[in-house]
Design a protein around this ligand. Sequence first.
Ligand code: ASP
Length: 292
Amino acid sequence: MKRWLVLVHGGAGEIGELSPAQEHSYRRQLRRAVEQAAAILDSGGRSLEAVTAAVQALEECALFNAGRGSVRNRQGIVEMDAAVMDGASRRAGAVAAVRSLRNPVLAARLVAERSPHVLLVADGAEAFAVSHGAVRVTPEYFTSSYFGSAEDTVGAVALDVEGNLAAATSTGGTAGKLPGRVGDSPLIGAGTYADNRSCAVSTTGTGEHFIRTVAAYSIHARLLWGRLSLEEAARQVLQEIDALGGTGGLIALDAAGNAVALCTSPGMYRAMASSDGRILTAIWREEPWQES
Ligand code: ASP
């Protein structure tokens, strides 16, 4: 049997003390998200389907800063960003600053598959997505308090049995951001990237630094032309971000099935499932993967 693999993240950040009950619910939700993706990959489905399903599951869960749990901008309004990229075709789609879509990741997918464009923003993105069946919600759907109680961005990367890589990322952005601010998540090459020749990457953290270092593409470039290992490439890029005063983390997979989940912040919610049947989670920076 050919190997498949999926990783998800639920954002990097401070992650203070978690009660055992809180920790349990984070691990349970991460696990549910990778299980959605695992079911697709295990039945021979495409990595793009798998990352979309995992991110959609996390958008539905109010614990994370994406979809339902999105944080609010300075005016108290939710503005969300999302992207998907397929490593086989290098087709990509993204939406930014959308306010009323239930699942921004599905809208990003529609942009990739039903439009000639890569990135649609605000009203235009919403109208396009709704015209293709995306579900709208009213402001009460979003559960975050003024600046949000959720932690960070969500994302997924996957390798399917055909050897195709894909990445997806979705976020409410940074709490208290200026209206109209767009982070790294929906910018192809900054927060999201996938190319079968190299790797699939989804990032989380201080988005401006990930944009300035073109973080996800920088990992790809180090693999493709610099011949670095995935781990070396990811560490270098996080170091570069750190040197600029940024912080965060990323998940990445290469075409050979090597996986990394690294962060410079105290923690990053993360989970992994693979064709060997194991589902693993971790929260704090140095925490080894654990069965959960
Ligand atoms: N990177 C996201 C952004 O800047 C936020 C996060 O990951 O916490 O929009």
